[in-house]
Design a protein around this ligand. Structure first.
Ligand code: NAP
Ligand code: GCO
Length: 264
């Protein structure tokens, strides 16, 4: 029988105070995993812990910036000492800055690269030694449509997410010999705080032009929800995907397959 169970496993989901990360952590918990997560603010941490508790999930939260290598190493060590070694790492924490490239200060470009690409490297490096020793592990990097496509104002984000796709493939290549699988999930356009500015109602009450654009670009004719990511992350975290390695699973309602709605 195919094994999707995560009983006895420990999962670390970065940036899982809300949004996609929260939904994925919930799914992993419902499949049996113990959950650890991090974020940067105490306020978000407190709200998240209450929300997890409401779902009956005893998540362990850490105030830890995913770009802080020493902090991440300490967090991973504490998880190992309290819950057990990390079996599943979901590199979810991420930001976006929507600024035309010619106007974007290099410092802001670097910050996006740091959080969206360097932090997944830092977190993967922190969990790999234990996974190598146990000859077992799952690393799941949250990529994006922008791992494949560009658009105005997101040069830093697309560069980071394109790099994250290749980091996924490289970890898969370098550590597959230890029975470690590294894959990506590429969400389409998902309704979370990160995309809220793209869905804001206009002063006249009409939909945001980008909102209408995305619905027209998506065969499913809707925005995704964080819940759409729950099944895919359990699949890639479970034994059911032990021979899937270096793959980016796009969960996009068909955007990447579709040229866009033809003119009437
Ligand atoms: P979100 O609503 O903005 O949530 C981001 C989460 O990451 C928050 O919990 C945030 O908490 C945390 N975070 C940000 N920077 C961090 C850092 N340096 N260290 C630790 N935690 C950090 O974003 P989302 O829409 O859920 O997206 C989650 C992931 O999916 C991101 O990687 C994003 O790029 C990717 N993605 C999103 C979409 C979409 O349409 N929404 C589509 C494709 C890919 P704090 O601010 O409290 O730290
Ligand atoms: C944007 C959006 C996208 C989504 C996601 C798409 O401004 O274009 O924020 O980047 O967040 O990455 O997959």
């Amino acid at each position: 029988m195919v094994n999707f169970s995560l009983e006895g496993k420990v999962a670390l989901v970065t940036g899982a105070a809300y949004g996609i990360g929260f939904a994925m952590a919930q799914a992993l918990a419902e499949a049996g995993a113990k959950i650890a997560f991090n974020c940067r603010s105490q306020e978000n941490m407190d709200k998240a812990l209450a929300a997890y508790k409401e779902l009956g999930i005893e998540a362990k939260g850490y105030i830890c910036d995913a770009t802080d290598e020493e902090g991440v190493k300490a967090m991973v060590a504490d998880i190992a000492a309290t819950l057990g070694p990390v079996d599943i790492l979901v590199n979810n924490a991420g930001i976006i800055k929507r600024i035309p490239m010619h106007e974007m200060p290099a410092e802001e470009f670097r910050q996006v690269i740091d959080i969206d690409l360097v932090a997944p490297y830092i977190c993967a490096k922190a969990v790999l030694p234990g996974m190598m020793e146990r000859r077992s592990g799952k690393i799941i990097n949250i990529c994006s449509m922008m791992s494949e496509l560009g658009r105005e104002t997101v040069s830093a984000y697309a560069s980071a997410k394109g790099g994250l796709k290749m980091l996924t493939r490289n970890i898969a290549s370098e550590y597959g010999q230890y029975n470690i699988q590294c894959n990506g999930i590429g969400p389409g356009y998902i309704a979370t705080p990160q995309t809220a500015p793209l869905r804001e109602r206009q002063p006249d009450g009409s939909r945001h032009p980008f909102d209408s654009f995305i619905v027209a670009k998506t065969p499913a004719e809707r925005w995704g929800t964080p819940e759409d990511l729950m099944g895919p992350v359990v699949f890639l975290a479970s034994e059911a995907s032990d021979f899937v390695n270096g793959h980016v699973l796009y969960v996009d309602g068909g955007i990447l397959a579709y040229i866009g709605k033809q003119p009437k």
